[in-house]
Design a protein around this ligand. Structure first.
Ligand code: ADP
Length: 224
């Protein structure tokens, strides 16, 4: 049996984190924990929390750290993550969140942090063409639409443009990525947990690189 893994995926918006996290979670048979998906679920339910979250998300702003830390602490408290691990997608996004993760999950909460690297010019192009299933979150694009054109191949949900994929919100998110999330690469590099993986190429090629990075980090003698 393939051993489980505890992974954090960093990478700017449009780098392919969502797509690759689904695949890598399937490969290692671990839960894919996407804070963006959790929040979009709350928005869809239109709970008071969801309505508040929607305002932040549509502006391209980050939600407060304490709110996000509470959500992730609750999710990581469930049994499925204790037995096999997890792929964290969208958390941590600030140094305060990374510090809280150490509190939540113990001194060594992760096996590897992957920085999925795609240049800003290319992600702008990808984000403009990105489409997503509003029910299950599967990603498509104008270039690679679902087979039926408008409904999801997996669940039949409607495939739409995300409400926060407007030009203003995209630019705001990319700027916040540089100021709030980029410092995490130094944070994890100092802990010896960081590896950068080239995110340019077909989804299959990128997955192969990601699996190779995880496997080589497991080899004895690799400092982490
Ligand atoms: P993207 O990476 O394109 O911003 P996500 O689906 O990961 O997409 O997140 C969508 C939005 O959800 C973010 O713009 C932000 O408003 C909110 N969000 C998700 N994760 C976090 C987090 N860890 N901290 C603060 N806000 C978050």
């Amino acid at each position: 049996m393939i051993p489980g893994v505890r992974l954090i995926m960093l990478g700017r918006q449009g780098a392919g984190k969502g797509t690759q996290c689904v695949r890598i979670a399937r490969h290692y048979v671990v839960p894919h924990i996407s804070t963006g998906d959790i929040l979009r679920g709350a928005v869809k339910e239109a709970s008071p929390f969801g309505l508040k979250a929607k305002e932040f998300m549509e502006r391209g702003d980050l939600l407060p750290d304490d709110v996000m830390i509470g959500i992730v602490a609750e999710r990581l408290g469930r049994d499925d993550t204790r037995t096999r691990g997890y792929v964290l997608d969208g958390f941590p996004r600030t140094v305060a969140q990374a510090e809280a993760l150490i509190e939540i999950a113990g001194r060594k909460p992760i096996d590897l942090v992957i920085d999925l690297e795609v240049p800003r010019e290319l992600v702008l192009e990808r984000l403009a063409g990105r489409r997503v299933c509003e029910t299950c979150g599967t990603n498509y694009s104008v270039a690679v639409p679902p087979a039926s054109g408008e409904t999801c191949d997996i669940c039949g949900g409607l495939v739409v443009q995300r409400a926060d994929d407007t030009e203003d919100a995209i630019n705001r998110r990319l700027d916040l990525y540089e100021t709030q999330t980029r410092p995490l690469t130094d944070f994890y590099r100092e802990l010896g947990d960081l590896v950068t993986v080239d995110g340019v190429g077909s989804p299959d090629m990128v997955l192969e690189r990601l699996v190779a990075a995880v496997e080589s980090s497991r080899r004895p003698g690799v400092r982490r």
